[in-house]
Ligand binder design. Sequence first.
Ligand SMILES: *[C@@H]1O[C@H](CO)[C@@H](O)[C@H](O)[C@H]1NC(C)=O
Ligand SMILES: *[C@@H]1O[C@H](CO)[C@@H](O)[C@H](O)[C@H]1NC(C)=O
Ligand SMILES: *[C@@H]1O[C@H](CO)[C@@H](O)[C@H](O)[C@H]1NC(C)=O
Ligand SMILES: *[C@@H]1O[C@H](CO)[C@@H](O)[C@H](O)[C@H]1NC(C)=O
Ligand SMILES: *[C@@H]1O[C@H](CO)[C@@H](O)[C@H](O)[C@H]1NC(C)=O
Ligand SMILES: *[C@@H]1O[C@H](CO)[C@@H](O)[C@H](O)[C@H]1NC(C)=O
Ligand SMILES: CC(=O)N[C@H]1CO[C@H](CO)[C@@H](O)[C@@H]1O
Length: 501
Amino acid sequence: MADIMKVAIFVLVCSICKINAYMPKFHRGRPKGGMLGTPNVKSNHALPPDMWVTQRLDHFNDADTTTWQQRYFVNDTFYKKGGPVFVMIGGEGTADPIWMVEGAWIDYAQKFNAFCLQLEHRYYGKSHPTIDMGTGNLIFLNSEQALADLAYFITYAKQKFGLEKNKLITFGGSYPGSLSAWFRLKYPHLVDGAVASSAPIRAVLNFYEYLGVVTNSLATTGPNCNKNVAAATEDLGSKLQTDTGRNTLKTMFSMCDDLDPSSPDYQLDVANLISNIAGNFEGVVQYNKDNRAFEGAIATNITVDTLCGVMNDESVGAPLDRYAKVNKMILDAYSEKCLDFKYRAMIEDLQKTAWNSSAGEGGRQWTYQTCTEFAFFQSSDLSNKTQPFGSFFPLNFSVQQCIDIFGSKFNRDLIQAGINRTNTNYGGENLKVTKVAFPNGSIDPWHALGIIDNSVAGSTAIFIDGTAHCANMYPSLDSDPAELTKARQVITGLISSWISS
Ligand SMILES: *[C@@H]1O[C@H](CO)[C@@H](O)[C@H](O)[C@H]1NC(C)=O
Ligand SMILES: *[C@@H]1O[C@H](CO)[C@@H](O)[C@H](O)[C@H]1NC(C)=O
Ligand SMILES: *[C@@H]1O[C@H](CO)[C@@H](O)[C@H](O)[C@H]1NC(C)=O
Ligand SMILES: *[C@@H]1O[C@H](CO)[C@@H](O)[C@H](O)[C@H]1NC(C)=O
Ligand SMILES: *[C@@H]1O[C@H](CO)[C@@H](O)[C@H](O)[C@H]1NC(C)=O
Ligand SMILES: *[C@@H]1O[C@H](CO)[C@@H](O)[C@H](O)[C@H]1NC(C)=O
Ligand SMILES: CC(=O)N[C@H]1CO[C@H](CO)[C@@H](O)[C@@H]1O
């Protein structure tokens, strides 16, 4: 049953990506499907059915009584009377019921006899508060409304399932990791402890540090990988200057279209092209070896070692040939015939407002949240040439997308004001919160915006050397690094102390 569903999902996702691949595989640090991937396991368990809760559209306007239906899942198999309630917080993609039967939190649930719930985030998956994703309708898409959804859902579910007196722990990875910490901050009477995995808790306009961590991660394989990427970038930059060079690049990188310097979009096309090529490395680093698969389990065998193995392989040719080979490897893994880089086509995809449009899997919604609340723009602006991907996709490139997708109002000032508001509202890295565990991985580019030491009194930073984004959430394997196993044990100890105090 689960396998049939996974095949169905796989076919669906892939039919979308074949019809239309203008949306990069990796956009704003987010792979299609969302930042927390699907556990990379073949599950024999039947998946629980969709359940629905009625929610207010606007939790902050008592005069607006409009409601909508939000999806959630239940697994009560492990529950024994008096056990805790565990809530997995949904994020910037469809909530996947496989998390109800697999993952580290399910192991904890078994150990602690917990009642498990997962709530899908508003505007993602099947949780549609408005008729479409028109820009005017997206004003109800933000983290504060999502936290209020969670508060009303928890109150409702505790009553419905007779769990009023039970302790409650929230779980989340990546953006939902931040929600997990922020929920404990805003609604401490509803939650007794929180696990906030790889949580970017500080909003920031120019997240140039991201490529810095990617660079450091590539450097773990030795100094040559970054050197060869830098050499490839330099060659690429000079080939862009001539017609012959541009034609060579088109063939080498299997581009779908010609690079046309007379087009008014030429600079944006180049920025998009190079940001997509760098995205090959970003996506692999962000999810290196972490027992996870997104988009139907493709490309999980491509690791940092694979990429750097190719970049350092002189038998392939010059560094630019090796860079092109990496690109081909990723295109093949996703069954894409050619590399799309047309900026306008990508923007048109992201402008579509129907729930069933290709960017409706979450690309448009997450872009809106980055343009209004968090930014996290992964630019190539790292100073002093300390990353090897060139300076082709500056901050301005990300800001321009907000304007082109949502309208001229969504300019840099609006984005910066949103960031200020987010950090004022939650505290940024000065977040004052207790009983929250913040696991992060040393090679995860997002850890640069996480809690980086035990400076948050009453909460616990858990540093996992050598792992990537949200690694501690996926099912454990015998082959897991000792650090990861230890992190899971620390989390178990914390949960035990939160539910017994
Ligand atoms: C809960 O998860 C366990 C472990 O995967 C599974 O055996 C069980 O069928 C699940 N229960 C429900 C109601 O989904
Ligand atoms: C990854 O696995 C696929 C399918 O099994 C295989 O075709 C591909 O060559 C593998 N790639 C690498 C880099 O090992
Ligand atoms: C999307 O939904 C609309 C209206 O519900 C329908 O007319 C259209 O055919 C659907 N498009 C796709 C690609 O499924
Ligand atoms: C630039 O990087 C080099 C080598 O890493 C370092 O020696 C130099 O001080 C840096 N310059 C600035 C302005 O940061
Ligand atoms: C980005 O730079 C281009 C070219 O310099 C300029 O035309 C455009 O207005 C800039 N966009 C933003 C949002 O600053
Ligand atoms: C955001 O905050 C910074 C300082 O924290 C301030 O200098 C800036 O003017 C603010 N920007 C906006 C648009 O609110
Ligand atoms: C909370 C946490 O684990 N922080 C770690 C994140 O990564 C940095 C750098 O690798 C560590 O220094 C932090 O301790």
